[in-house]
Ligand binder design. Structure first.
Ligand SMILES: Nc1ncnc2c1ncn2[C@@H]1O[C@H](COP(=O)(O)OP(=O)(O)OP(=O)(O)O)[C@@H](O)[C@H]1O
Length: 658
């Protein structure tokens, strides 16, 4: 803060193209690179002496001539330094036609277009010459806003429009805030230095910042593929609201307790100030918060009827009225997804309910035959003092509607695609409707537990207040593209909102995902073991590896593959439906066998073609969720015959994202 003080022993870096770079002595070995102008002093880099100097000699820090954002520009000197290695496979070439030269991805963009997205002037020619193969090598040298815009162009054929109008101070441009944190005074510097290092790790993307900061007059939604930072936005938004209003009561909830715990941990990193905002942000699972409120209301915890018990009661009731022609599974599913989910208590309501997502057309006759069964089950449950989660949520929502003072001012929900109707009603009733009351983060492509239904019909209309994030931070370009093959390009929900997967870009690349099939489970296990050992040898920690399988029963197949590996207990092995929200450096999805994906038992359960489609789609999404937990490495294995989904996954990836 005092550039005239001599303790830093500042030396100008003469060989740098930028006259404002200075080195500051930290100790005998380590140097801090600072960038000093009349207005600012920027701490830019730290390294061992020679490396620190080399870094500064090859950089300029300047406002971009078109966007106005401060950039750290690599000085472009010799083409060979950055040209991607050419890769020729001579064996392959000899056997086939000569490889056609790869097309240049950005040849059609003129200087003006490239400058508009923040490509530094020095790099215009390289960008225009880039091919698909060389792009990522080049992208590492470009500022993030430029490489993301170019990737989007490669995927969609259009450059994104400039995000902001020019700003007076180049340091306050949203793109500058991706890499530079302005510190105004001594207090702020002290506070910053007291924060843990991870806090500095997340610089929000301008679209994430916008969603964090914007005030919404009604319910709002952030969508986006796996790994685009929806959870990060949800957490930042909670902190922003809490900091702005010391009296605000905020709920940050997610699908399960482990996910809520993970959010609580991230919250601490983001806002660690003692006595600060964290105690005012309640983190909970959807059911956890409902359970607490139920206890407050009734003095006891809800006695929830298990699926086994429900099935028993349904079978008994069906036998009592001699109902035939409906399987146990159908009865349970109809109960869970229609009767209980929608809180249906009268035959009239059942006769007229739109069986959204339950496509089997049930005529009035059939409903008439079924109704006594459901009615009997409801009475039986009441008599035994059992309830269901849907019932708990429905009753709490009704009780809250009566109250003038609501428990929260702001409700922020992650994994919102899997909210059941009664849950959505409950959360909407938890805060007074109005500014910033309800914010939902979710991805339709990851809906695995819930039948589709209209949010708007329950009063949660996010149309016009919904935005999609497009930059994927978790998963390499290669893995994300392959996983995207599992889903349709555009997903449309019941309210007509669309999630488009085209134009999503990952910020880094890595090895292509592998698909391997085997003659036996033993061979599969041996291969999985080799892969895990190889990763560990390459420096991946066992806790950074996750192995997912379709069912809890198959977890033993995953554990068997780890037998004998040192520290194997740190490797996560779990069914795919628990993969939600997690992330690992390396992931294996095992036992992608025919009959397992999609799961035979579920397929057998389908009432008709349409319901079969829905089952196939959810099973696909399960695989998508499991695959997109991977950051760098992904391996899919199966015992032959393999799941048909593996063919989709393997269809050749290309930057065009088609
Ligand atoms: N602006 C950012 N800069 C760097 N990393 C980021 C940024 N935003 C998100 N990330 C990282 O990307 C990863 C994925 O983020 P997050 O879990 O919020 O994504 P998500 O959209 O909720 O994913 P999913 O739908 O799969 O649960 C996390 O490791 C997160 O820290």
């Amino acid at each position: 803060m005092d550039p005239t003080g001599n303790g830093l022993q500042l030396h100008r870096i003469d060989k740098s193209k930028d006259p404002n770079f200075w080195s500051a002595r930290v100790n005998r070995d380590v140097r801090l690179i600072v960038h000093k102008t009349g207005e600012s002093m920027l701490v830019a880099y730290v390294d061992h002496h020679d490396d620190a100097y080399a870094w500064a000699e090859r950089r300029r820090i300047e406002a971009h001539p078109r966007t106005g954002a401060v950039q750290i520009v690599e000085v472009r000197e010799r083409v060979e330094d950055v040209a991607p290695p050419e890769q020729f496979d001579f064996v392959l070439l000899a056997a086939s036609a000569p490889a056609a030269p790869q097309p240049q991805l950005f040849a059609r963009l003129d200087d003006e277009a490239l400058l508009s997205v923040g490509v530094p002037t020095d790099w215009l020619a390289d960008v225009r010459a880039a091919t698909e193969e060389g792009f990522f090598a080049l992208a590492e040298h470009l500022p993030a806003e430029a490489s993301e815009a170019l990737l989007e162009y490669a995927a969609t054929g259009a450059l994104p429009p400039p995000t902001t109008a020019p700003v007076a101070d180049p340091f306050t441009h949203p793109d500058a805030l991706r890499r530079i944190r302005p510190i105004a005074d001594q207090d702020e510097l002290e506070q910053a230095l007291a924060f843990p290092w991870e806090k500095w790790g997340v610089f929000l993307h301008p679209s994430q910042r916008d969603l964090t900061d914007r005030a919404f007059a009604g319910p709002a939604r952030v969508a986006g593929s796996a790994g685009t930072g929806k959870t990060i936005v949800a957490i930042h938004r909670a902190v922003r609201l809490a900091r702005e209003n010391p009296d605000a009561r905020i709920l940050l909830a997610s699908f399960s307790q482990p996910l809520a715990d993970a959010m609580a941990r991230k919250l601490l990193v983001l806002a660690p100030e003692t006595g600060g905002v964290v105690p005012r942000i309640i983190t909970a699972s959807f059911r956890g918060i409902a359970e607490q409120m139920y206890q407050l209301e009734h003095g006891v915890r809800p006695r929830i009827a298990s699926d086994t018990l429900l099935r028993e009661r349904l079978v008994e009731a069906a036998a009592a009225v001699q109902l035939r022609g409906f399987s146990d599974r159908f009865l349970l599913s109809e109960w869970a997804n229609v009767i209980d989910a929608w809180g249906i208590t009268t035959f009239d309501a059942y006769a007229s309910v739109q069986r959204m997502g339950r496509k089997r057309r049930l005529g009035p006759n059939q409903r008439e035959r079924l109704w006594p069964v459901f009615e009997a089950v409801r009475s039986a449950l009441t008599a035994e003092r059992y309830t269901t989660w849907a019932q708990v949520f429905t009753d709490l929502a009704a009780a809250l509607a009566e109250r003038s003072r609501k428990p929260f001012d702001h409700v922020i929900l992650d994994e919102a695609q899997d909210l059941a109707p009664a849950e959505l009603r409950f959360f909407a009733a938890l805060a007074p409707s109005g500014l910033d009351a309800l914010f939902l983060a979710g991805d339709m492509g990851q809906r695995i537990f819930q039948h589709p239904y209209s949010w708007a019909s329950l009063g949660v209309d996010v149309r016009g207040r919904s935005q999609t994030l497009k930059v994927c931070y978790r998963t390499s370009q290669q893995i994300r593209q392959a996983a995207d093959h599992l889903l349709p390009l555009v997903l449309r929900d019941v309210d007509g909102l669309e999630d488009e997967r085209r134009g999503i870009v990952s910020v880094f690349d890595g090895p292509a995902p592998q698909v391997e099939t085997f003659a036996s489970a033993e061979e599969e296990a041996a291969h999985v073991q080799r892969a895990v050992l190889m990763w560990i040898e390459d420096g991946v920690e066992p806790h950074e590896i996750g192995i997912f399988v379709r069912t809890p029963e198959l977890v033993s197949r995953a554990r068997a593959a780890l037998a004998g590996i040192f520290r194997a207990q740190a490797v996560t092995t779990a069914p795919m439906n628990l993969a939600k929200g997690l992330e690992f450096r390396a992931v294996i999805v095992m036992a992608c066998d025919e009959g397992v994906l999609p799961l035979d038992e579920r397929v057998a359960d389908a009432a008709d073609e349409a319901e079969l489609d829905e089952i196939y789609e959810t099973e696909r999404r399960l695989l998508y969720v499991a695959c997109t937990r991977a950051r760098e490495h992904l391996l899919l294995t199966a015992v032959r015959p393999a799941s048909e989904y593996l063919n989709d996954f393997e269809s050749p990836p290309s930057v065009s994202g088609s």
